[in-house]
Structures are given as C-alpha cells and as structure tokens.
Design a protein around this ligand. Sequence first.
Ligand code: G1P
Length: 316
Amino acid sequence: MPSVPGAVPERPVPTGRVATKAVIPAAGLGTRFLPATKAVPKELLPVVDKPALQYIVEEAASAGLTDVLLVTGRGKSSMVDHFDRRPDLELQLEAADKKELLDAIRRPCELASIHTSRQSEPLGLGHAVLCAAAHVGRQPFAVMLGDDLIDERDPLLPRMLELQAETGGIVVALIEVSRERTSLYGIATTSPTDQEDIVTISGLVEKPDPDEAPSNLAVIGRYVLPGEIFDVLETTQPGRGGEIQLTDAIAAMAEAGTPVHGVLFRGRRYDTGDRQSYLRAVVQLACDREDLGPDFRKWLTDFVGGGFGSGSEGGS
Ligand code: G1P
C-alpha cells in the first residue's frame, strides 16, 4: 500500500525469511580523495591490492547475500566492469600460466549477481536507498556502506540477518565512540536486552553535537531493513545537511512501533572514508596479509623507528 505524507508507517511483521539482497550506495563523488577520484570511482581505490568495493561484496557473499545492487552515479560504470569477466586478460594470463592472477581476476565475477540503479541527484543516503525500491520489492534487505570494511574474521552481518528475520523489524550495527565523535554518526537511544550484544533502539538522531547526543552508541555502515522502509523514505523530508536521511526514516519507524535493534560490534573494522583512515586501513590490512605482512611489518618497524629513509630500497 503506498503511503501518504504524514501517514503512520506500516508495521512490518516477522516473516522468518532471511534477506538475500544487499544494497550498496555508491553514487558519491569521492571529493575527499580528489584528484585520485577524478576518473576512478572512490569504491575502486585499492586497499592493498583489492578495490574497497570488492571487500564489501565479499562480505555480502559470505553472509549469503548473492544479489547486490550498486546505487551508482555518472561516470562510475567501471565499478560494474570489476565484477564482470575480462576474456582478453584471462586469455593472456592463461597463456602465461599465471594461475593465481587468473583466479584473482575471476573471483569478483563469482561472488554475486551485480545490478545497478542510478541515483541521479545526491539527495542523501535515504534517497540512495529509495533508489533500490524497484529492485528490492517488499522483502527485507541489507544496506552496506562502502566506507566501512568489516574484518572477515569478525563476521557481523550473519548475526544481523538472523535477528532481522526473527523480529521482522530493523537491525543496525553499533559501535561505541568517544563523545567528541558523535557528530560524525547516527546516534542511538538504547536499552539493554537479555542478550549481551543486542540492544533495543527507541530513537536515532543524525550526527548530533556531543552535548545533544543521547548516547555514545554510533551506527556504522551495516543495516538490515524491511521493505516497508521504502514507504517511509518516500515521505521523509530533508533533515541534517538538507539531505534525506536514512536515520530519520528508521527513527520514524521506531516511533511508530517497528522493532529496532542494534547489534554491538566489537570486532575489527577499517574506515576508508577519509585519507587518514584509509592509510591506516591499508597499513593494518597489509600487516595482516600472509604474503606481504612479514616483510612489510619488518620494514614498517624500521621506518617508524627512523631506520630506513625515504630513499632506501626497503623491499618490494
Ligand atoms: C552515514 C549515516 C550515519 C552513519 C554513518 C556510518 O553517514 O548517515 O547515520 O552513522 O553513515 O558510517 P555518512 O558517513 O555517510 O555521512
């Protein structure tokens, strides 16, 4: 049933069905990384040797989400190419017997079926999610923001998907942040449940100043939402920063009685959203790699200790 402005949002009911689709908003201009992002989508910047977006699609696939919708914008079609076959390159690698590289370029194509929807104007995260309505339909789905990488050793999505299938409502991922950082996140009003890592959420506010933040529990870029959210997004008015905020639509549904829960995430997470965090993510992930880590760590220790200068060879 289409909703009308001011109508009470329809209250979703648990269906026991686990979401199978993931929506990845990826229409942004990546201005924080210019000039690198002038012709290359931010989502394809490498984190070590793999585009940030591939980490996200891998995470989706390992949680059983094999239908991925990229909400894209102008000039970003190379994101789709990354998940498509490259027969010419495959032939060359085959001829040169480069088996590992061949596997590496085929892997992205085997993860999920990739679809796209265009967000023609940058009207906010809520608006980007609304661009997925036709593809998703009325079923529950996950929203995964590309700036947040979750370490594969600390899976988060499976717990969220399971909880959403039980409640039929909304599940977000929360981390604890320091008070000064509340203005960077959606912040939740919560109460405990009988499960140590799950809280009930009664309110959410987008990027509050520290003295107005209801808690220090911040939403990170993983959501599992019921299809009813689209009705609410259609009537959600621009909020913080003049943008249609997903946070506001979730808060409206909480207020109208939809169960909203937060899964407290205490695992390893890497932010690639700005240059400082991106650099840290690359270093952390490189240190952890079996193939690169041992040599790189050694070099890094010497470098930080002032050993190797910028002119040194320092390995390959
Ligand atoms: C978005 C959401 C915010 C959330 C954050 C997580 O903000 O609007 O509520 O806490 O993602 O990364 P953005 O970082 O896109 O400004």
